[in-house]
Ligand binder design. Sequence first.
Ligand code: MV4
Length: 498
Amino acid sequence: MKKILVANRGEIALRVMRSAREMNIKTVAVFSEADRNALHVRYADEAVFIGAAPSSQSYLVMEKILDAALETKADAIHPGYGFLSENADFADRVKAAGLIFIGPSGDSMRMMGSKLAAKTLAAKYKIPLVPGTAKAIDDVNEAKATAMKIGFPVLIKASAGGGGKGMRMVQSPGEFEEQMKLAVSEAISSFGDGAVFIERYVASPRHIEIQVLGDSHGNVIHLFERECSIQRRHQKVVEEAPSSVLTPELRDQMGSCAVQVAKACKYEGAGTVEFLLDENRNFYFLEMNTRLQVEHPVTEFITGLDLVKEQIKIARGEKLSFSQKDIIMKGHAIEIRVCAEDPENNFLPDIGKLNTYRIPQGPGVRVDDGFEEGMEIPIYYDPLISKLIVYGKDRGEAIEKMIRAIDEYRISGVSTTLPFCRFVMKHPAFVTGNFDTHFVKKYFQPGMMANEDIAENEIAAMLAVKLLHVKKSIVQQASGYLNGHSSKWKSSRSEFRE
Ligand code: MV4
């Protein structure tokens, strides 16, 4: 493999090119009209223009990417994440064009792209699944009877969905029929596939995923977990490894299940097996993501591996150079996503120019970004400016390092999620590790980030509402009182920890 075309943009395109360069492999960038001056274009050895700014006319057009690869005589394509990365037909077409797709086969992707097929496969290996239907439901009455057996609330999920898309909660039998009809028609219009299934609703889960690597010789290993419960509308905001709730035994069990899922679909490359963990630490397989994920750097920190290099070696047909027992995790890593969004305004994407852009540095700090000072954030793509990843000897040190790094970051010109991430790092529920996927909606409201003392007072006031059901006016009084007497409340705030 002498030349890789990277079919992506932004931080992930740069991330892939850096590893390729260290392996003495040439790189080709592709770029849209909006990315003429982008860093990934300047970093690559060659660059090919592929069309107008909207991704539907550039980064998503298979024909243009394939032509660019053939024209520059690249011998492989790395898809990054998003765009064409989980498109089974694209993987097949890359192969048919005589090129190497750095990722799993089209068949593995298709198998995991169908959540029902994935569940059926997992069931064969006795991997724990959330109680529910194992096949597509088409008869409403039968489905309703099943839902009654499972117990409400239930979730109706689209088989072709995933990542939270095409999910509907049903609270009671009376709503079932209507919700199911809506779910089916939504699945048809969004995915062209009306197959849906039902699952018991797990009320307060954690989202824990296992990183796996599989080679073309049938070897599969796992690289432990990433805790991704801090998310907003299915967009992860903070990711960390390891999870503070997994015991070594549970880690082994979940890891073995993930390896079995990957083996069952003959997985090649880097993949992620997603689980829900309930309050009693029961875990359930949800789905598999057949790409390198945004949050892969936390795994790189705790294992010392370079996942892109591993992907490239696997794509070259090499055997994994280690076995499960060689993989040791050490320390603690946390990643935050720095997005051009306004946390004070419902996380509305904010576009504009990065007037100031200075990144944090120092021991244990990694910034993966694709911008520099003076650049415009294009409106056409996702609002990720950078990923800030820190590594410490333990979770406490990693949190302290993250706060220090956030405070060093200087960005002006656009609003970012940095203050929100700082709020998370300081929140007692995060610090104690006592949180689930409802963290953001449970604890965050605009106005809480301005300064730490106020934020803590408002948390106290919010908890007071929850615990005592006191009237709003009293809480406002309390909040006013608290703002003037923060030290008193700070000293006793441990009482408010969940
Ligand atoms: C669930 C669930 C509760 N019960 N399934 C959302 C993403 C997709 N991968 C599956 N998701 C969920 N499935 C059952 N049976 C709750 C979620 C869920 C969620 C999962 C992980 C991380 C964040 C989430 C936010 C809302 C809902």
